[in-house]
Design a protein. Structure first.
Length: 130
């Protein structure tokens, strides 16, 4: 049994570039049944993350979403971890930052997402103790 996030993170990650618009972001999230999307810059580094909460906030604002792009609504900066980060450290980072997703990177490349649901499943299965 390993206590690092590599064993519980989602490694099939869909992401968008910073110029995607809200409508396309929502279509992608609906199509893949995901609750967040990492946002990358022109060279592929993760610069932000868009969650369902970000989209709700966007729609609740008085502004039209027609011209809003990923860079305008993504949460920045992202909290990054490596695949070898311990589950305990990852859990504490989520709690300290009041967030539900951590971006997993290796050599500045996005390799996964760790969600609070991944952690909940890990602890519910009795695999770890904080």
């Amino acid at each position: 049994m390993t206590n690092t996030v590599i064993s519980i993170m989602s490694n099939a990650v869909t992401s968008v570039t910073s110029d995607y618009d809200v409508e396309d972001i929502e279509k992608i999230m609906d199509r893949y049944k995901i609750s967040c999307l990492p946002v990358s810059d022109d060279v592929g580094r993760c610069i932000g993350i868009i969650s369902e909460a970000d989209l709700i906030h966007c729609h609740n604002s008085k502004n039209s979403t027609d011209q809003i792009q990923a860079r305008d609504i993504c949460t920045q900066p992202v909290v990054e971890i490596t695949p070898n980060t311990s589950v305990t450290v990852a859990t504490n980072l989520m709690l300290e930052n009041n967030i539900h997703h951590l971006v997993v990177v290796s050599n500045d490349t996005l390799v996964g997402i760790l969600s609070s649901m991944d952690l909940l499943a890990y602890f519910a299965e009795g695999k770890g103790v904080l």
